[in-house]
Design a protein around this ligand. Structure first.
Ligand code: ZN
Ligand code: ZN
Length: 259
Protein backbone atom coordinates (compact mmCIF):
# COMPACT_ATOMS: atom_id res chain seq x y z
CA UNK A 1 0.00 0.00 0.00
CA UNK A 2 1.30 3.46 -0.91
CA UNK A 3 1.76 5.78 2.05
CA UNK A 4 2.75 9.40 1.90
CA UNK A 5 4.23 12.27 3.81
CA UNK A 6 1.79 15.18 3.87
CA UNK A 7 3.16 18.69 4.44
CA UNK A 8 1.31 21.93 5.14
CA UNK A 9 3.31 25.00 4.13
CA UNK A 10 2.10 28.11 5.96
CA UNK A 11 2.80 30.96 3.56
CA UNK A 12 0.57 33.82 4.76
CA UNK A 13 -1.66 35.06 7.58
CA UNK A 14 -4.60 37.38 8.09
CA UNK A 15 -4.18 38.46 11.71
CA UNK A 16 -6.93 41.08 12.06
CA UNK A 17 -9.75 38.81 11.05
CA UNK A 18 -12.81 38.62 13.32
CA UNK A 19 -14.97 35.62 14.21
CA UNK A 20 -17.93 37.28 12.51
CA UNK A 21 -16.09 36.89 9.20
CA UNK A 22 -15.63 33.14 9.66
CA UNK A 23 -19.14 31.84 10.45
CA UNK A 24 -22.65 32.35 9.17
CA UNK A 25 -23.74 32.34 12.82
CA UNK A 26 -21.09 33.86 15.11
CA UNK A 27 -21.72 34.33 18.85
CA UNK A 28 -19.08 37.03 19.25
CA UNK A 29 -18.72 38.82 15.92
CA UNK A 30 -15.91 41.07 17.14
CA UNK A 31 -13.72 38.38 18.76
CA UNK A 32 -10.36 38.01 17.00
CA UNK A 33 -10.06 34.85 14.91
CA UNK A 34 -6.97 34.97 12.66
CA UNK A 35 -6.72 32.93 9.50
CA UNK A 36 -3.72 31.15 7.98
CA UNK A 37 -3.01 30.41 4.34
CA UNK A 38 -1.42 27.11 3.36
CA UNK A 39 -0.43 25.03 0.45
CA UNK A 40 0.11 21.30 0.79
CA UNK A 41 2.52 18.70 -0.51
CA UNK A 42 1.95 14.96 -0.76
CA UNK A 43 5.08 12.92 -1.37
CA UNK A 44 6.84 9.60 -1.13
CA UNK A 45 9.79 8.06 -2.96
CA UNK A 46 7.73 7.58 -6.12
CA UNK A 47 6.02 10.97 -6.51
CA UNK A 48 5.44 14.53 -5.33
CA UNK A 49 2.04 16.17 -5.72
CA UNK A 50 1.38 19.81 -4.84
CA UNK A 51 -2.10 20.69 -3.62
CA UNK A 52 -2.96 24.34 -4.33
CA UNK A 53 -0.50 27.02 -5.32
CA UNK A 54 -1.19 30.03 -3.10
CA UNK A 55 -0.92 33.69 -4.06
CA UNK A 56 2.11 35.85 -4.77
CA UNK A 57 3.40 39.22 -3.48
CA UNK A 58 1.38 41.43 -5.86
CA UNK A 59 -1.93 39.87 -4.87
CA UNK A 60 -0.93 39.89 -1.18
CA UNK A 61 -0.24 43.62 -1.32
CA UNK A 62 -3.43 44.44 -3.19
CA UNK A 63 -5.60 42.39 -0.84
CA UNK A 64 -3.83 43.47 2.36
CA UNK A 65 -2.51 40.02 3.30
CA UNK A 66 0.87 39.39 4.95
CA UNK A 67 3.07 36.97 3.06
CA UNK A 68 5.43 35.07 5.40
CA UNK A 69 7.28 33.72 2.39
CA UNK A 70 6.39 33.27 -1.24
CA UNK A 71 4.96 29.81 -1.99
CA UNK A 72 7.89 29.19 -4.35
CA UNK A 73 10.40 29.78 -1.55
CA UNK A 74 8.45 27.54 0.82
CA UNK A 75 8.42 24.72 -1.72
CA UNK A 76 12.16 25.03 -2.32
CA UNK A 77 12.83 25.07 1.41
CA UNK A 78 10.93 21.78 1.62
CA UNK A 79 13.20 20.35 -1.07
CA UNK A 80 10.71 20.64 -3.92
CA UNK A 81 11.71 22.21 -7.25
CA UNK A 82 8.37 23.43 -8.67
CA UNK A 83 9.64 23.19 -12.25
CA UNK A 84 9.94 19.40 -11.83
CA UNK A 85 6.52 18.78 -10.28
CA UNK A 86 4.34 16.54 -12.48
CA UNK A 87 0.97 16.89 -10.73
CA UNK A 88 -0.75 19.86 -9.11
CA UNK A 89 -4.24 19.61 -7.62
CA UNK A 90 -6.32 22.79 -7.63
CA UNK A 91 -8.95 22.40 -4.92
CA UNK A 92 -10.77 25.47 -6.28
CA UNK A 93 -10.06 28.67 -8.16
CA UNK A 94 -10.10 31.22 -5.31
CA UNK A 95 -7.10 33.57 -5.35
CA UNK A 96 -5.48 32.03 -2.27
CA UNK A 97 -5.43 28.55 -3.86
CA UNK A 98 -4.84 29.01 -7.58
CA UNK A 99 -2.13 31.64 -8.16
CA UNK A 100 1.48 31.08 -9.21
CA UNK A 101 0.59 28.49 -11.91
CA UNK A 102 3.61 29.60 -13.97
CA UNK A 103 5.88 28.06 -11.31
CA UNK A 104 4.89 24.61 -12.62
CA UNK A 105 5.76 24.43 -16.34
CA UNK A 106 5.77 20.61 -16.47
CA UNK A 107 2.69 19.93 -14.37
CA UNK A 108 -0.67 18.42 -15.13
CA UNK A 109 -3.30 20.39 -13.21
CA UNK A 110 -6.24 18.51 -11.69
CA UNK A 111 -9.55 20.32 -11.37
CA UNK A 112 -13.23 19.42 -11.27
CA UNK A 113 -15.39 20.10 -14.34
CA UNK A 114 -17.80 22.00 -12.10
CA UNK A 115 -15.07 24.34 -10.81
CA UNK A 116 -13.86 25.31 -14.27
CA UNK A 117 -17.45 25.91 -15.38
CA UNK A 118 -18.05 27.96 -12.23
CA UNK A 119 -15.06 30.29 -12.55
CA UNK A 120 -15.63 30.94 -16.26
CA UNK A 121 -19.43 31.01 -16.30
CA UNK A 122 -22.42 33.08 -15.31
CA UNK A 123 -21.71 33.01 -11.55
CA UNK A 124 -18.74 35.32 -12.18
CA UNK A 125 -21.21 38.01 -13.28
CA UNK A 126 -22.00 38.43 -9.56
CA UNK A 127 -19.58 40.67 -7.69
CA UNK A 128 -19.66 38.80 -4.38
CA UNK A 129 -18.97 35.47 -6.10
CA UNK A 130 -16.04 36.75 -8.15
CA UNK A 131 -14.56 38.74 -5.23
CA UNK A 132 -12.34 35.81 -4.10
CA UNK A 133 -11.25 35.09 -7.68
CA UNK A 134 -8.33 36.69 -9.57
CA UNK A 135 -9.08 37.04 -13.27
CA UNK A 136 -5.42 36.40 -14.12
CA UNK A 137 -5.59 33.02 -12.34
CA UNK A 138 -8.67 32.05 -14.34
CA UNK A 139 -6.97 33.10 -17.58
CA UNK A 140 -3.96 31.00 -16.54
CA UNK A 141 -6.23 28.01 -15.96
CA UNK A 142 -7.93 28.46 -19.33
CA UNK A 143 -4.48 28.65 -20.91
CA UNK A 144 -3.65 25.23 -19.36
CA UNK A 145 -6.86 23.83 -20.85
CA UNK A 146 -5.80 24.98 -24.32
CA UNK A 147 -2.27 23.67 -23.77
CA UNK A 148 -3.64 20.22 -22.90
CA UNK A 149 -2.27 20.45 -19.37
CA UNK A 150 -5.55 20.41 -17.47
CA UNK A 151 -6.95 17.07 -16.24
CA UNK A 152 -10.66 17.34 -15.63
CA UNK A 153 -12.45 15.22 -13.06
CA UNK A 154 -16.15 14.77 -12.45
CA UNK A 155 -16.81 13.62 -8.91
CA UNK A 156 -14.42 11.06 -7.47
CA UNK A 157 -11.06 10.21 -9.04
CA UNK A 158 -7.94 8.29 -8.09
CA UNK A 159 -4.87 10.19 -9.30
CA UNK A 160 -2.20 7.90 -7.81
CA UNK A 161 -2.15 4.83 -5.55
CA UNK A 162 -3.57 6.01 -2.21
CA UNK A 163 -4.56 9.51 -3.40
CA UNK A 164 -8.09 10.42 -4.46
CA UNK A 165 -10.06 13.56 -5.28
CA UNK A 166 -13.62 14.17 -4.12
CA UNK A 167 -16.10 16.72 -5.42
CA UNK A 168 -17.59 18.66 -2.50
CA UNK A 169 -18.84 22.00 -3.89
CA UNK A 170 -20.63 24.32 -1.47
CA UNK A 171 -17.95 26.97 -0.92
CA UNK A 172 -17.38 27.27 -4.69
CA UNK A 173 -19.00 25.65 -7.70
CA UNK A 174 -16.73 22.61 -7.84
CA UNK A 175 -14.46 22.57 -4.80
CA UNK A 176 -12.67 19.25 -4.33
CA UNK A 177 -11.04 17.66 -1.28
CA UNK A 178 -8.05 15.29 -1.37
CA UNK A 179 -7.83 12.00 0.52
CA UNK A 180 -4.35 10.60 1.17
CA UNK A 181 -3.17 7.35 2.74
CA UNK A 182 -0.56 7.91 5.46
CA UNK A 183 1.02 5.77 8.15
CA UNK A 184 -1.61 7.09 10.61
CA UNK A 185 -4.54 6.37 8.28
CA UNK A 186 -6.45 8.30 5.64
CA UNK A 187 -5.99 12.07 5.95
CA UNK A 188 -8.36 14.45 4.14
CA UNK A 189 -7.06 17.80 2.93
CA UNK A 190 -10.40 19.54 3.06
CA UNK A 191 -9.26 22.73 1.36
CA UNK A 192 -12.04 25.25 1.89
CA UNK A 193 -14.67 22.55 2.40
CA UNK A 194 -14.00 23.60 6.00
CA UNK A 195 -11.85 26.65 6.79
CA UNK A 196 -11.56 25.89 10.52
CA UNK A 197 -12.25 22.82 12.65
CA UNK A 198 -14.91 25.00 14.29
CA UNK A 199 -16.88 25.22 11.03
CA UNK A 200 -17.22 21.46 10.58
CA UNK A 201 -17.52 20.56 14.26
CA UNK A 202 -20.17 23.21 14.91
CA UNK A 203 -21.87 22.61 11.54
CA UNK A 204 -21.55 26.39 11.21
CA UNK A 205 -20.59 27.29 7.64
CA UNK A 206 -18.05 29.85 6.53
CA UNK A 207 -19.92 32.82 5.02
CA UNK A 208 -18.20 32.74 1.60
CA UNK A 209 -20.48 30.09 0.18
CA UNK A 210 -22.34 29.39 -3.04
CA UNK A 211 -24.55 26.56 -1.77
CA UNK A 212 -25.04 26.18 1.98
CA UNK A 213 -26.78 22.79 1.69
CA UNK A 214 -23.85 21.41 -0.31
CA UNK A 215 -21.41 22.77 2.24
CA UNK A 216 -23.29 21.03 5.07
CA UNK A 217 -23.48 17.78 3.10
CA UNK A 218 -19.76 18.21 2.43
CA UNK A 219 -19.04 18.12 6.17
CA UNK A 220 -20.68 14.69 6.37
CA UNK A 221 -18.76 13.53 3.30
CA UNK A 222 -15.39 14.65 4.68
CA UNK A 223 -16.02 12.96 7.99
CA UNK A 224 -16.85 9.74 6.14
CA UNK A 225 -13.65 9.95 4.07
CA UNK A 226 -11.27 10.64 6.98
CA UNK A 227 -10.02 8.06 9.49
CA UNK A 228 -10.88 10.29 12.46
CA UNK A 229 -11.47 13.89 13.58
CA UNK A 230 -7.76 14.67 13.58
CA UNK A 231 -7.47 13.30 10.04
CA UNK A 232 -9.56 16.19 8.71
CA UNK A 233 -7.28 19.10 7.79
CA UNK A 234 -9.13 22.41 7.48
CA UNK A 235 -7.93 24.85 4.84
CA UNK A 236 -7.14 27.91 6.96
CA UNK A 237 -6.97 27.01 10.65
CA UNK A 238 -3.99 28.31 12.71
CA UNK A 239 -4.64 25.34 15.03
CA UNK A 240 -3.17 23.11 12.32
CA UNK A 241 0.30 24.50 12.94
CA UNK A 242 -0.31 24.69 16.69
CA UNK A 243 -1.19 21.00 16.85
CA UNK A 244 0.89 19.14 14.26
CA UNK A 245 4.69 18.73 14.46
CA UNK A 246 6.91 21.18 12.59
CA UNK A 247 9.84 19.56 10.79
CA UNK A 248 12.23 22.11 9.24
CA UNK A 249 9.48 24.65 8.59
CA UNK A 250 6.99 22.16 7.18
CA UNK A 251 4.01 21.02 9.24
CA UNK A 252 3.74 17.22 9.09
CA UNK A 253 0.15 16.10 8.76
CA UNK A 254 1.07 12.45 8.30
CA UNK A 255 2.36 12.39 11.90
CA UNK A 256 -0.07 12.33 14.85
CA UNK A 257 -0.96 15.71 16.38
CA UNK A 258 1.19 16.63 19.41
CA UNK A 259 -1.52 18.66 21.14
ZN1 ZN B 1 -11.95 29.52 -1.08
ZN1 ZN C 1 -9.13 29.64 0.88
Amino acid sequence: MAEYQVLALHYASYEDRLAGQNFIFADAHDAPMPMDYYLWVIRNDARTIVVDTGFGPAVAARRGRVLRAAPEAMLRQAGIAPETVADVVITHMHYDHAGNLDLFPRARFHIQDAEMAYCTGRCMCHRILRMPVELDDVIGAVRRVHEGKMRFHDGEASIAPGISLHLIGGHSGGLQAVRVDTARGAVVLAGDATHFWANIRGRNPFPIVVNVAQMLEGYDRIEALADGEDHIIPGHDPLVRARFPDRDGAIRLDLPPER
